[in-house]
Write a protein that binds this ligand. Structure first.
Ligand code: AN7
Length: 350
Protein backbone atom coordinates (compact mmCIF):
# COMPACT_ATOMS: atom_id res chain seq x y z
CA UNK A 1 0.00 0.00 0.00
CA UNK A 2 1.21 3.43 -0.81
CA UNK A 3 -0.02 6.16 1.48
CA UNK A 4 2.22 8.87 0.09
CA UNK A 5 1.75 11.49 -2.55
CA UNK A 6 4.65 12.52 -4.76
CA UNK A 7 5.96 15.22 -2.40
CA UNK A 8 6.39 12.84 0.50
CA UNK A 9 7.83 10.07 -1.64
CA UNK A 10 10.47 12.33 -3.19
CA UNK A 11 10.79 14.97 -0.46
CA UNK A 12 14.60 14.75 -0.56
CA UNK A 13 14.53 15.83 -4.21
CA UNK A 14 11.68 18.36 -4.34
CA UNK A 15 12.78 21.89 -3.69
CA UNK A 16 9.78 23.33 -1.83
CA UNK A 17 10.08 26.03 0.85
CA UNK A 18 10.00 24.82 4.47
CA UNK A 19 6.81 26.75 5.13
CA UNK A 20 4.87 24.58 2.62
CA UNK A 21 1.99 22.53 4.00
CA UNK A 22 1.44 19.30 2.15
CA UNK A 23 -1.88 19.07 0.34
CA UNK A 24 -2.17 15.76 -1.48
CA UNK A 25 -4.70 13.54 -3.22
CA UNK A 26 -2.12 10.72 -3.32
CA UNK A 27 -1.17 11.50 -6.90
CA UNK A 28 1.61 9.83 -8.86
CA UNK A 29 2.79 6.23 -8.75
CA UNK A 30 1.22 5.76 -12.18
CA UNK A 31 1.90 2.54 -14.10
CA UNK A 32 4.58 2.09 -16.73
CA UNK A 33 2.84 -0.27 -19.12
CA UNK A 34 4.83 -2.41 -21.58
CA UNK A 35 3.42 -2.33 -25.13
CA UNK A 36 5.39 -4.97 -27.08
CA UNK A 37 2.73 -5.54 -29.76
CA UNK A 38 2.59 -1.83 -30.53
CA UNK A 39 6.40 -1.64 -30.66
CA UNK A 40 6.38 -4.52 -33.16
CA UNK A 41 3.84 -2.68 -35.34
CA UNK A 42 6.02 0.40 -35.35
CA UNK A 43 8.93 -1.60 -36.76
CA UNK A 44 10.12 -3.61 -33.77
CA UNK A 45 13.56 -4.07 -32.29
CA UNK A 46 12.92 -1.78 -29.34
CA UNK A 47 11.20 -1.83 -25.96
CA UNK A 48 8.17 0.43 -25.55
CA UNK A 49 6.53 1.52 -22.30
CA UNK A 50 3.55 3.82 -21.82
CA UNK A 51 3.44 5.86 -18.63
CA UNK A 52 -0.28 6.43 -18.14
CA UNK A 53 -0.56 9.75 -16.37
CA UNK A 54 -4.31 9.79 -16.97
CA UNK A 55 -4.55 7.63 -13.84
CA UNK A 56 -3.77 10.54 -11.53
CA UNK A 57 -6.60 11.71 -9.19
CA UNK A 58 -8.11 14.27 -11.57
CA UNK A 59 -7.20 12.33 -14.71
CA UNK A 60 -4.03 14.10 -15.83
CA UNK A 61 -0.34 14.63 -15.01
CA UNK A 62 -1.14 18.14 -13.76
CA UNK A 63 -1.81 16.73 -10.28
CA UNK A 64 1.92 16.19 -9.68
CA UNK A 65 2.65 19.86 -10.08
CA UNK A 66 -0.54 21.00 -8.43
CA UNK A 67 0.14 19.20 -5.14
CA UNK A 68 3.37 21.22 -4.98
CA UNK A 69 1.94 24.58 -6.07
CA UNK A 70 -1.03 24.36 -3.69
CA UNK A 71 1.13 23.12 -0.79
CA UNK A 72 3.35 26.17 -1.20
CA UNK A 73 0.40 28.54 -1.62
CA UNK A 74 -1.25 27.24 1.56
CA UNK A 75 2.05 27.59 3.44
CA UNK A 76 2.21 31.29 2.67
CA UNK A 77 -1.45 31.68 3.58
CA UNK A 78 -2.85 32.36 0.12
CA UNK A 79 -6.64 32.33 0.11
CA UNK A 80 -7.25 32.30 -3.64
CA UNK A 81 -5.46 30.60 -6.53
CA UNK A 82 -5.85 31.36 -10.22
CA UNK A 83 -4.83 29.77 -13.52
CA UNK A 84 -5.44 29.93 -17.23
CA UNK A 85 -6.08 26.56 -18.73
CA UNK A 86 -6.95 24.46 -21.74
CA UNK A 87 -8.78 22.32 -19.17
CA UNK A 88 -6.63 19.88 -17.25
CA UNK A 89 -4.81 22.48 -15.16
CA UNK A 90 -8.19 23.98 -14.31
CA UNK A 91 -9.62 20.69 -13.05
CA UNK A 92 -6.47 19.92 -11.09
CA UNK A 93 -6.21 23.39 -9.53
CA UNK A 94 -9.90 23.21 -8.61
CA UNK A 95 -9.51 19.84 -6.89
CA UNK A 96 -6.36 20.67 -4.90
CA UNK A 97 -7.69 24.10 -3.94
CA UNK A 98 -10.90 22.45 -2.72
CA UNK A 99 -8.91 19.98 -0.64
CA UNK A 100 -6.96 22.87 0.89
CA UNK A 101 -10.07 24.99 1.48
CA UNK A 102 -8.95 27.68 -0.97
CA UNK A 103 -10.92 29.48 -3.62
CA UNK A 104 -9.96 28.61 -7.21
CA UNK A 105 -10.56 30.86 -10.21
CA UNK A 106 -9.93 29.34 -13.63
CA UNK A 107 -9.88 31.08 -17.02
CA UNK A 108 -10.54 28.93 -20.07
CA UNK A 109 -10.69 29.72 -23.80
CA UNK A 110 -14.34 29.89 -24.81
CA UNK A 111 -15.75 26.77 -26.43
CA UNK A 112 -12.41 24.96 -26.68
CA UNK A 113 -12.29 22.99 -23.46
CA UNK A 114 -13.21 19.28 -23.44
CA UNK A 115 -16.38 18.36 -21.55
CA UNK A 116 -14.77 16.25 -18.82
CA UNK A 117 -12.34 19.03 -17.90
CA UNK A 118 -14.95 21.76 -17.66
CA UNK A 119 -17.24 19.45 -15.70
CA UNK A 120 -14.36 18.61 -13.36
CA UNK A 121 -13.52 22.24 -12.64
CA UNK A 122 -17.20 22.93 -11.88
CA UNK A 123 -17.64 19.78 -9.79
CA UNK A 124 -14.66 20.70 -7.59
CA UNK A 125 -16.22 24.09 -7.03
CA UNK A 126 -13.97 26.46 -8.98
CA UNK A 127 -15.18 29.77 -10.33
CA UNK A 128 -14.97 29.12 -14.06
CA UNK A 129 -14.65 32.07 -16.44
CA UNK A 130 -14.57 31.80 -20.23
CA UNK A 131 -12.40 34.21 -22.17
CA UNK A 132 -13.39 35.23 -25.67
CA UNK A 133 -9.82 34.56 -26.80
CA UNK A 134 -7.11 31.90 -26.69
CA UNK A 135 -5.33 30.17 -23.81
CA UNK A 136 -2.43 32.56 -24.43
CA UNK A 137 -4.72 35.58 -23.87
CA UNK A 138 -6.03 34.02 -20.66
CA UNK A 139 -2.50 33.29 -19.42
CA UNK A 140 -1.42 36.92 -19.94
CA UNK A 141 -4.43 38.01 -17.87
CA UNK A 142 -3.79 35.71 -14.90
CA UNK A 143 -0.09 36.60 -14.82
CA UNK A 144 -0.95 40.27 -14.57
CA UNK A 145 -3.74 39.96 -12.01
CA UNK A 146 -1.57 37.81 -9.74
CA UNK A 147 1.08 40.57 -9.80
CA UNK A 148 -1.48 43.19 -8.76
CA UNK A 149 -3.44 41.25 -6.15
CA UNK A 150 -2.68 38.65 -3.47
CA UNK A 151 -3.80 35.74 -5.65
CA UNK A 152 -1.47 32.77 -6.13
CA UNK A 153 -0.73 31.87 -9.75
CA UNK A 154 -0.66 28.09 -10.26
CA UNK A 155 0.18 27.84 -13.96
CA UNK A 156 3.47 26.11 -14.75
CA UNK A 157 5.26 29.48 -14.71
CA UNK A 158 5.04 28.81 -10.97
CA UNK A 159 8.37 27.05 -10.22
CA UNK A 160 6.78 24.69 -7.68
CA UNK A 161 4.66 23.15 -10.42
CA UNK A 162 7.89 22.06 -12.09
CA UNK A 163 9.24 20.71 -8.78
CA UNK A 164 6.20 18.45 -8.46
CA UNK A 165 6.17 17.34 -12.09
CA UNK A 166 9.82 16.24 -11.91
CA UNK A 167 8.63 13.27 -9.83
CA UNK A 168 7.36 11.51 -12.97
CA UNK A 169 10.97 11.25 -14.19
CA UNK A 170 12.04 9.87 -10.78
CA UNK A 171 9.32 7.21 -10.94
CA UNK A 172 10.41 6.09 -14.40
CA UNK A 173 14.02 5.73 -13.27
CA UNK A 174 12.96 3.88 -10.12
CA UNK A 175 10.85 1.42 -12.12
CA UNK A 176 13.38 0.80 -14.90
CA UNK A 177 16.41 1.20 -12.58
CA UNK A 178 17.75 3.68 -15.13
CA UNK A 179 16.56 6.40 -17.50
CA UNK A 180 15.14 5.19 -20.85
CA UNK A 181 17.02 5.92 -24.10
CA UNK A 182 14.16 8.07 -25.39
CA UNK A 183 11.28 9.89 -23.73
CA UNK A 184 8.38 11.08 -25.94
CA UNK A 185 5.68 13.47 -24.80
CA UNK A 186 3.23 16.10 -26.03
CA UNK A 187 4.20 19.77 -25.67
CA UNK A 188 1.77 22.63 -25.07
CA UNK A 189 2.80 25.34 -22.65
CA UNK A 190 6.08 23.39 -22.27
CA UNK A 191 6.05 22.98 -18.48
CA UNK A 192 6.06 19.20 -18.59
CA UNK A 193 8.98 18.72 -20.97
CA UNK A 194 10.97 21.21 -18.87
CA UNK A 195 10.07 19.33 -15.69
CA UNK A 196 11.02 15.91 -17.11
CA UNK A 197 14.40 17.14 -18.28
CA UNK A 198 15.12 18.80 -14.92
CA UNK A 199 13.93 15.64 -13.17
CA UNK A 200 16.12 13.28 -15.17
CA UNK A 201 19.14 15.53 -14.64
CA UNK A 202 18.52 15.73 -10.88
CA UNK A 203 18.10 11.96 -10.60
CA UNK A 204 21.23 11.32 -12.61
CA UNK A 205 23.22 13.52 -10.21
CA UNK A 206 21.71 11.67 -7.30
CA UNK A 207 21.68 8.06 -8.53
CA UNK A 208 23.61 7.93 -11.83
CA UNK A 209 20.54 6.77 -13.75
CA UNK A 210 21.63 8.29 -17.08
CA UNK A 211 19.77 10.71 -19.32
CA UNK A 212 17.20 10.12 -22.07
CA UNK A 213 16.94 11.88 -25.41
CA UNK A 214 13.69 13.80 -25.46
CA UNK A 215 11.21 13.92 -28.34
CA UNK A 216 8.64 16.67 -27.72
CA UNK A 217 5.60 16.69 -30.01
CA UNK A 218 3.34 19.63 -30.78
CA UNK A 219 0.15 19.55 -32.86
CA UNK A 220 0.71 20.77 -36.41
CA UNK A 221 -1.71 23.69 -36.06
CA UNK A 222 -0.17 24.77 -32.76
CA UNK A 223 3.55 24.28 -33.27
CA UNK A 224 5.36 27.51 -32.33
CA UNK A 225 8.48 25.66 -31.18
CA UNK A 226 8.79 23.91 -34.54
CA UNK A 227 8.05 27.04 -36.58
CA UNK A 228 10.33 29.24 -34.49
CA UNK A 229 7.66 31.88 -33.83
CA UNK A 230 4.41 32.35 -31.89
CA UNK A 231 1.19 31.12 -33.49
CA UNK A 232 -1.55 33.74 -33.10
CA UNK A 233 -4.48 31.44 -33.78
CA UNK A 234 -3.53 27.92 -32.81
CA UNK A 235 -5.95 25.21 -33.96
CA UNK A 236 -5.95 21.49 -33.25
CA UNK A 237 -8.30 18.70 -32.31
CA UNK A 238 -5.94 18.15 -29.35
CA UNK A 239 -7.41 21.11 -27.45
CA UNK A 240 -5.15 20.48 -24.43
CA UNK A 241 -2.15 21.63 -26.47
CA UNK A 242 -3.89 24.37 -28.45
CA UNK A 243 -1.25 26.88 -27.33
CA UNK A 244 0.55 29.38 -29.56
CA UNK A 245 2.92 31.09 -27.13
CA UNK A 246 4.36 28.51 -24.71
CA UNK A 247 5.47 30.09 -21.44
CA UNK A 248 8.45 27.76 -21.11
CA UNK A 249 9.22 27.55 -24.82
CA UNK A 250 12.89 28.49 -24.45
CA UNK A 251 13.36 25.87 -21.75
CA UNK A 252 11.69 23.25 -23.93
CA UNK A 253 14.01 23.98 -26.83
CA UNK A 254 16.95 23.79 -24.45
CA UNK A 255 15.74 20.42 -23.10
CA UNK A 256 15.49 19.06 -26.63
CA UNK A 257 18.94 20.37 -27.56
CA UNK A 258 20.77 19.37 -24.38
CA UNK A 259 19.28 15.88 -24.50
CA UNK A 260 20.15 15.53 -28.22
CA UNK A 261 16.45 15.19 -28.91
CA UNK A 262 14.00 17.23 -30.93
CA UNK A 263 10.67 19.00 -31.00
CA UNK A 264 8.49 18.08 -33.96
CA UNK A 265 4.86 18.44 -35.04
CA UNK A 266 2.23 15.75 -35.66
CA UNK A 267 -0.94 16.19 -37.73
CA UNK A 268 -4.41 16.00 -36.19
CA UNK A 269 -5.16 12.90 -38.29
CA UNK A 270 -2.09 11.09 -37.00
CA UNK A 271 -2.95 12.07 -33.43
CA UNK A 272 -6.49 10.69 -33.73
CA UNK A 273 -5.22 7.53 -35.44
CA UNK A 274 -2.78 6.98 -32.56
CA UNK A 275 -5.54 7.58 -30.03
CA UNK A 276 -7.43 4.70 -31.69
CA UNK A 277 -4.35 2.50 -31.76
CA UNK A 278 -3.66 3.07 -28.06
CA UNK A 279 -7.26 2.12 -27.27
CA UNK A 280 -6.48 -1.30 -28.81
CA UNK A 281 -3.97 -1.72 -25.99
CA UNK A 282 -6.77 -0.98 -23.53
CA UNK A 283 -5.48 2.56 -23.03
CA UNK A 284 -7.98 5.30 -23.73
CA UNK A 285 -6.18 8.62 -23.69
CA UNK A 286 -7.31 12.08 -24.70
CA UNK A 287 -6.14 13.26 -28.16
CA UNK A 288 -3.23 15.43 -26.90
CA UNK A 289 -1.92 12.44 -24.99
CA UNK A 290 -1.53 10.45 -28.19
CA UNK A 291 0.64 13.15 -29.77
CA UNK A 292 3.93 11.89 -28.29
CA UNK A 293 3.52 8.46 -29.83
CA UNK A 294 2.13 9.89 -33.09
CA UNK A 295 5.33 11.94 -33.36
CA UNK A 296 7.52 8.93 -32.64
CA UNK A 297 5.70 6.89 -35.32
CA UNK A 298 6.23 9.70 -37.81
CA UNK A 299 9.98 9.80 -37.11
CA UNK A 300 10.22 6.02 -37.43
CA UNK A 301 8.31 5.97 -40.72
CA UNK A 302 10.55 8.68 -42.15
CA UNK A 303 13.63 6.74 -41.05
CA UNK A 304 14.77 9.70 -38.98
CA UNK A 305 15.20 7.82 -35.75
CA UNK A 306 16.88 4.50 -35.03
CA UNK A 307 15.55 2.66 -32.02
CA UNK A 308 17.25 -0.71 -32.48
CA UNK A 309 17.98 -2.16 -29.06
CA UNK A 310 16.65 0.95 -27.36
CA UNK A 311 14.17 1.48 -24.57
CA UNK A 312 11.46 4.10 -25.13
CA UNK A 313 9.02 5.63 -22.67
CA UNK A 314 6.00 7.47 -24.03
CA UNK A 315 4.04 9.74 -21.70
CA UNK A 316 0.26 9.63 -22.06
CA UNK A 317 -0.64 12.76 -20.16
CA UNK A 318 -4.43 12.61 -19.75
CA UNK A 319 -7.34 10.16 -19.66
CA UNK A 320 -9.73 9.62 -22.56
CA UNK A 321 -12.68 10.25 -20.24
CA UNK A 322 -11.69 13.92 -20.28
CA UNK A 323 -12.86 14.28 -23.85
CA UNK A 324 -15.71 11.84 -24.52
CA UNK A 325 -17.18 13.99 -27.32
CA UNK A 326 -14.28 13.31 -29.66
CA UNK A 327 -15.35 9.64 -29.66
CA UNK A 328 -19.13 9.95 -29.48
CA UNK A 329 -19.30 12.58 -32.23
CA UNK A 330 -17.57 10.27 -34.68
CA UNK A 331 -19.21 6.97 -33.75
CA UNK A 332 -22.08 5.14 -35.42
CA UNK A 333 -25.16 4.98 -33.22
CA UNK A 334 -25.40 1.62 -31.41
CA UNK A 335 -27.95 -0.84 -32.83
CA UNK A 336 -31.23 -0.90 -30.93
CA UNK A 337 -32.69 -4.38 -30.44
CA UNK A 338 -36.03 -5.57 -29.09
CA UNK A 339 -35.61 -7.31 -25.70
CA UNK A 340 -35.63 -10.73 -27.39
CA UNK A 341 -32.93 -13.40 -27.30
CA UNK A 342 -33.42 -14.26 -30.98
CA UNK A 343 -32.66 -10.69 -32.00
CA UNK A 344 -29.42 -10.75 -29.98
CA UNK A 345 -28.44 -14.14 -31.42
CA UNK A 346 -29.02 -12.91 -34.92
CA UNK A 347 -26.62 -10.03 -34.38
CA UNK A 348 -23.74 -11.57 -32.40
CA UNK A 349 -23.70 -15.30 -33.21
CA UNK A 350 -21.89 -15.98 -36.49
C1 AN7 B 1 -3.32 16.14 -21.60
O1 AN7 B 1 -4.34 22.36 -18.76
O2 AN7 B 1 -1.80 23.62 -20.67
O3 AN7 B 1 3.53 21.32 -22.27
O4 AN7 B 1 -3.92 24.41 -19.24
O5 AN7 B 1 -3.55 18.81 -20.72
O6 AN7 B 1 3.25 21.16 -19.80
O7 AN7 B 1 1.66 22.48 -21.18
C2 AN7 B 1 -2.50 21.37 -20.56
C3 AN7 B 1 -1.46 20.81 -21.19
C4 AN7 B 1 -0.15 17.67 -22.59
C5 AN7 B 1 0.93 19.86 -22.43
N1 AN7 B 1 -1.14 16.79 -22.40
O8 AN7 B 1 1.71 20.02 -21.28
C6 AN7 B 1 -3.68 23.21 -19.35
C7 AN7 B 1 -2.59 22.78 -20.23
C8 AN7 B 1 -2.27 17.17 -21.78
C9 AN7 B 1 -2.42 18.49 -21.34
C10 AN7 B 1 -0.24 18.98 -22.18
C11 AN7 B 1 -1.38 19.42 -21.56
P1 AN7 B 1 2.60 21.32 -21.10
Amino acid sequence: MNYHGVLQRYCHLSDLPDYSQTITLFEGNTPLIPAPRLAEELGGGFELFIKFEGLNPTGSFKDRGMTAAISEAVGREAKTVICASTGNTAASAAAYAARAGLKAVVLIPQGKVAAGKLAGAVAYGAQVLQIDGSFDDALAMVVEISERHPIALVNSINPYRIEGQKTAAFEICDTLKQAPDWLCLPVGNAGNISAYWAGFKAYHEHKFTGLPRILGVQAQGAAPLVLGHAVEQPETVATAIRIGRPARGEQALQAAEESRGQIIAASDESILAMQKRLAKEGLWVEPASAAGLAGLAKELQAGKINLQGKRVVVICTGHGLKDPDIITKAMAKPNTLPPKLEALEEIIIP
